[in-house]
Ligand binder design. Structure first.
Ligand code: SR1
Ligand code: MG
Length: 426
């Protein structure tokens, strides 16, 4: 049953009304101060769906995030239940337990107002913008690899008791509208001439038509969609691109879990890697005099570090926290079959790797041909230069999807990205 918003009580916050409306909310005033006349409010939402306010007072600042009953980037012609805020809150609570210290602390969830009051990350900026600006936060890939392994392993039947996992599976299965957005926007719409699609035109018209006419690619996209929508393996973040990550010079945080749903582990891994590779392939568009060489190296390093941190932590958890019903210890450790444990682990990692490359390829396509694009390309002012970068992303994405069974390492993919980047220059 889809949640219906209570129009009698729900009211979108505005910069002018927020202080009066939240003046007597202790979860907020304890962090910023009681006197609402001294608050400063700014709306800073740059995502596609919600309102996000920074509210500052004499004691400090908080973030107030509110879901709107429609898709912000499109307008009220596309209604969307504010219930997504409930799923974001539930996902944040689980991520905080499974990967401590990575998601912002939640101070208050107000369900009728679809509003989450949470920690303001004062030293942090959105990773996508940081990468556009040429910043190189330390330990980024390693931190994200740990986050992926911990949340994906600990939300799965490898770790959770059957009852807990099944209850969560049912709970998040109701995040119907948001998972449907992903199913449509990632897996289907980029591959036909859907009304909301757009691409840099006319420069990419030929390759857009080629992608849409590629039957083998479309079949692979649908096989991956089937995995995404039926392989309910773990609680996903569901939208782990570089706009859902905040960084300071030496810290990484993950935000924006409203797309949380049970799905294949490989989805979060693939989306994140794809966004690093897209950032890599956008560098030419931001470059003057070769000064982005170091940035390209940095981004390639983040992909290898993400994957190796993921593999190491996933292996550790596999050996030490496999308490769930899958790959039961009675069959391996307790039967004295230590090497069986390792064999099973490498099978699982191989299948995550293969599927992650498929999801990564599709994420690349949808950001160039679909509705929601990435700022690292949108901010390349010259359309010819932008299109040259975007064309490489489309070729890169197809390579990942079609060759995912044969590709054996991140280094191999980075070498392919490098070759594309040099070979196809505008
Ligand atoms: C209509 S929402 C478009 C995109 O924005 C979100 O961040 C998700 O990536 C979604 O696919
Ligand atoms: Mg988001």
């Amino acid at each position: 049953v889809l949640h219906k918003i209570d129009h009698a009580t729900f009211e979108a916050l505005r910069v002018e009304t927020l202080p009066t409306r939240l003046a007597r909310t202790p979860e907020l005033t304890r962090h910023i101060g009681d006197d609402a006349s001294k608050w400063h409010v700014a709306e800073v939402g740059d995502g596609n769906l919600n309102l996000v306010f920074i509210v500052s007072g004499p004691l400090g600042s908080v973030i107030v995030k509110q879901a709107l009953p429609y898709v912000r980037m499109v307008g009220d012609s596309w209604p969307l239940s504010t219930r997504r805020s409930f799923f974001e809150y539930q996902a944040l609570a689980r991520q905080a337990l499974r990967a401590p210290g990575v998601v912002p602390e939640v101070y208050l969830f107000d369900e009728p107002q679809a509003m989450i009051v949470m920690e303001f990350l004062s030293d942090h900026v959105v990773l996508r913008q940081a990468l556009i600006d040429g910043r190189q936060p330390t330990d980024l890939g390693a931190g994200l690899g740990l986050f992926l392994a911990r949340t994906l392993f600990r939300g799965s039947a490898l770790h959770l008791p059957a009852e807990v996992r099944k209850r969560d599976l049912a709970l998040f299965a109701e995040n119907i509208e948001l998972s449907e957005i992903t199913e449509n926007l990632v897996f289907t719409e980029p591959y036909f001439d859907a009304p909301m699609n757009r691409h840099t035109s006319p420069q990419l018209d030929d390759i857009a038509a080629e992608v849409r006419g590629d039957r083998d690619l479309k079949i692979e996209a649908q096989k991956l969609k089937q995995k995404f929508s039926t392989h309910s393996e773990t609680l996903l973040h569901g939208d782990l691109h570089t706009g859902s990550i905040m960084v300071s010079d030496d810290d990484v945080r993950v935000i924006d879990a409203e797309f949380a749903i049970y799905g294949p582990m490989a989805f979060d891994v693939g989306v994140l890697l794809a966004n690093f590779w897209m950032a890599y392939l956008s560098q030419r568009g931001h470059e003057a005099n070769g000064e982005r060489r170091g940035m390209r190296r940095y981004l390639a390093d983040q992909t290898t570090q993400t994957w190796s941190a993921f593999v190491a932590e996933f292996g550790l958890l596999w050996r030490t926290e496999r308490f769930g019903p899958l790959f039961d210890r009675n069959l391996f450790e307790l039967a004295g079959d230590g090497s069986g444990v390792e064999q099973a682990l490498s099978h699982s990692l191989r299948s995550i790797w293969r599927d992650a490359l498929g999801f990564a390829g599709l994420e690349c396509h949808r950001r160039i041909l679909g509705l929601a694009h990435n700022a690292e390309f949108e901010t390349i002012a010259d359309p010819g230069r932008r299109a040259a970068c975007e064309r490489r992303v489309l070729l890169f994405g197809r390579h990942l999807v079609m060759n995912r069974v044969r590709i054996s390492s991140v280094q191999e993919i980075n070498a392919f990205a490098e070759k594309l980047d040099w070979g196809e220059r505008a």
